[in-house]
Design a protein around this ligand. Structure first.
Ligand code: T4K
Length: 357
């Protein structure tokens, strides 16, 4: 059996049926139905946040957050991320301005932000890469000094705490992705956590094609609603989520035990808890990475080059390619197979291959 970078978690079938039965009883399939409302409330409790809005996916979560917060002109962001962080800016008519990352945490380097700010800048869009927290304190100071909004791409940071509180409570908004490959998934889905209730209400209207209710006149909007089947999956998975985290933690501890000290890896930010979402390792150089990748894929193991290339190399994003750390890291990094489904035998098999045993 091939071993992919991840295997999505699925809830117990009977548990899922219990939620699906409710859909069959009510025939309420979408448009802010009871299961979506229930999941919104449960996630607020579970994550320890307020003003959480469920949406169709993480990419639309970003677009809606930018629009609800009135972001225009330019936004300072990171080149070491998935393309959606920046393409969502472009879709909203905002120019992404890339600044380089810290070599150890792999997150946006706060010390480089100020020099990238112009009179057109209205936001900073950092990413908590692989669930590792950015320097939220320093970023907020810079935002306050320059009167900018901060929208965190927290697609990887479900359930992460920083300094004893949810990492999602920093900035003006944080977005989550619940796409199948994420720690917590609803097949496709996402959420926005706003600091401000008014922004939440604007976003709620935006995701319902500009309608606040069926009778009033609409304003400009899009369709970014989560449906009831996705919410059923989310509710059922949340019921057993502690087991998902536990199994992922065991796999990460096994990787750590075998690989720590052998490969360079991401430095955990101080005060930040782990959600075991990804297991990145860095090779000496790209040649080394490519030969190991071949060895692994020949044996049916398919890790992923998250994130390669550094997205400042994409033509449609302006191709600046002048972020040497991001460019270097992106050529040398590989995310190893990790999921709640992976067995310790499989983790050990990957480690044996990496260590040439
Ligand atoms: N911001 C950041 C920082 C992000 O990382 C992402 C998404 C977003 C924003 C946008 O959120 P969404 O709009 O996607 O909600 C994946 C995901 O498609 C993407 O959600 C994710 N980040 C990105 C990092 O990775 P691919 O193309 O590398 O993954 P894919 O679909 O090839 O899946 C990887 C492996 O997982 C497959 O080889 C097999 C396994 N798999 C995958 C799926 C989808 C399964 O076994 N079953 C499945 O259903 O992009």
């Amino acid at each position: 059996m091939p071993l992919y970078v991840t295997k999505p978690s699925l809830p117990n079938r009977e548990r899922l049926n219990h939620y699906i039965d409710r859909i069959y009883e009510t025939h309420h399939l979408t448009s802010n139905g009871p299961l979506v409302k229930e999941l919104e409330e449960r996630l607020q409790d579970y994550l320890g946040v307020e003003n959480l809005l469920l949406v169709a996916n993480g990419t639309l979560a970003l677009q809606v957050a930018f629009r609800a917060l009135g972001i225009t002109g330019e936004a300072v962001t990171t080149p070491f991320t998935y393309v959606a962080t920046a393409s969502s800016l472009v879709c909203e008519g905002i120019k992404p301005v890339f600044v380089d990352i810290e070599r150890d945490t792999l997150n946006l380097d706060p010390e480089l932000i100020t020099s990238a700010i112009t009179e057109k800048t209205s936001a900073i869009v950092p990413v908590h890469v692989f669930g590792n927290s950015c320097d939220v304190g320093r970023i907020q100071e810079i935002a306050d000094t320059n009167n900018l909004k901060v929208i965190y791409d927290a697609a990887h940071a479900f359930g992460v705490n920083y300094d004893g509180t949810s990492l999602l409570s920093f900035g003006d908004a944080s977005i989550l992705s619940f796409q199948a490959t994420k720690v917590f998934n609803t097949a496709e889905g996402g959420a926005i956590v706003f600091k401000d209730k008014d922004a939440l209400e604007r976003a709620r209207r935006l995701i319902q094609i500009g309608y606040s209710d069926a009778l009033s006149e609409p304003s400009l909007g899009t369709n970014a609603k989560m449906n009831e089947f996705e919410a059923a999956l989310g509710n059922a998975l949340l019921d057993e989520f502690s087991c998902v985290v536990d199994r992922r933690r065991q796999a990460v501890e096994c990787y750590d035990e075998r690989l720590q000290g052998v490969f360079e890896t991401q430095k955990q930010s101080y005060g930040c808890t782990k959600n075991y979402s990804y297991y990145p390792i860095l090779f000496k150089d790209e040649k080394n990475l490519l030969s190991t990748l071949k060895l692994l894929t020949d044996k049916g193991v398919y890790p992923r080059r998250y994130f390669y290339p550094s997205i400042d190399e994409f033509e449609f994003l302006g191709r600046t390619s002048d972020n040497p750390v991001s460019n270097d890291v992106s050529r040398r990094i590989l995310c190893l197979p990790l999921s709640a489904e992976i067995s310790m035998q499989e983790v050990n098999m990957v480690c044996d291959l990496l260590l040439g045993i």
